[in-house]
Design a protein around this ligand. Structure first.
Ligand SMILES: *Cc1c(COP(=O)(O)O)cnc(C)c1O
Length: 220
């Protein structure tokens, strides 16, 4: 089933768009089925589960961290993360910079833009991201590589609302590219989940994060 789901999605996904298989709450065996079908990029959102899976599953898996990250959990995540997609505060960013400096590592991150109607959702406002990237250009975060933006659309069945959310982050990404041409690694736009990824692809997604449509519903 996992293999069929992956095949179907890859059949529709334009080449060049990276599929992150979101395996949170799913057991090792399900991840291994996807791995055996050729999937190598997986996403998790809880630090303990992330570390345990990264340590025990095949070492050529590319792990993305996609959840809220508390600064006291960095050591569970940063050693294993190819990309931290969900950097949502200056405090977290500064802690990541510190960790990178202490461990002599450069950490790949996406900045999460607060998108969507829910106030409970995390993420930066646009002006904060402009400030962060301005400081990055001045050399404030030498151990952080800024690879792009991440966002989650409003949780709704109304496609026009989702469309508007994705258009906003797409336009903002283009504006940032104009303001900060020096940021050569700032290429990724991670938008789109199981229910809305085709819309995200139309709005320039370079990464989609898909869980349910691959692994089925999560049992919390
Ligand atoms: C869980 C999660 C996903 C995947 O959601 P599905 O609807 O199951 O595809 C994508 N992105 C983030 C940040 C998530 O937490």
């Amino acid at each position: 089933m996992v293999e069929d789901n992956l095949k179907r999605i890859y059949g529709e996904l334009p080449p060049g768009v990276k599929l992150v298989a979101v395996s949170k709450f799913h057991p090792f065996e399900e991840i291994l089925s996807a791995y055996q079908a050729g999937q190598r990029v997986f996403g998790e959102n809880r630090p303990q589960e992330f570390a345990s899976k990264a340590l025990q599953l095949p070492q050529d898996i590319e792990w993305h961290f996609i959840g809220h990250l508390q600064t006291n959990k960095l050591k569970l995540v940063l050693p294993y993360a190819s990309l931290v997609e969900s950097v949502d505060s200056i405090h977290l960013l500064e802690s990541i910079e510190n960790w990178g400096s202490l461990n002599d590592r450069t950490v790949n991150v996406l900045l999460e833009l607060h998108l969507g109607a829910e106030v409970t959702k995390g993420g930066f406002h646009e002006s904060e991201i402009v400030d962060v990237l301005g400081n990055a250009c001045k050399g404030c975060y030498p151990h952080v590589r800024f690879c792009g933006l991440m966002g989650m659309a409003t949780n709704t069945d109304d496609e026009s609302v989702i469309e508007a959310d994705f258009k906003r982050i797409e336009d903002f990404k283009h504006r940032l590219d104009d303001i900060f041409p020096a940021l050569k690694d700032f290429k990724e736009l991670s938008i789109g989940m199981s229910d809305d990824w085709p819309i995200a692809v139309r709005h320039g997604a370079t990464i989609v994060r898909i869980g349910t449509a691959i692994f089925g519903p999560r049992i919390y």
